[in-house]
Design a protein around this ligand. Structure first.
Ligand SMILES: [Zn+2]
Length: 81
C-alpha cells in the first residue's frame, strides 16, 4: 500500500487516528472512565481507532513531532488548567 506521507509503496503500520497520549487523557478525564465507539456504544473502546496510514519510516519521523507536541504543548496546557 502507498504511504499517505511519502507516497512510496511500503508495508504500512497501524497509526492511531487520535494520538495515544490524547486518547489516554480523554479516558482519564472522562466522567464515565472510558470511551465508547459510536458504532458500538454499549462496549467501552479499549484503544483508539487505528488505520493503515504511514510506512515505518514516516511513522518514526512523525512520532518525533508528536512527542515534541506532547511534551512542549499538551502537557504544559494540562498544567495550566
Ligand atoms: Zn512513508
Amino acid at each position: 500500500m502507498e504511504c499517505k506521507l511519502c507516497n512510496e509503496s511500503n508495508e504500512l503500520e497501524l497509526s492511531h487516528i487520535i494520538p495515544k497520549f490524547v486518547y489516554k487523557w480523554i479516558k482519564r478525564t472522562s466522567t464515565t472512565g472510558g470511551i465508547r465507539n459510536s458504532d458500538n456504544p454499549n462496549i467501552r473502546a479499549q484503544d483508539g481507532d487505528k488505520i493503515d496510514f504511514l510506512c515505518g519510516k514516516c511513522e518514526d519521523l512523525f512520532s518525533v513531532y508528536e512527542d515534541g507536541f506532547r511534551k512542549k504543548g499538551f502537557q504544559k496546557l494540562q498544567e495550566t488548567n
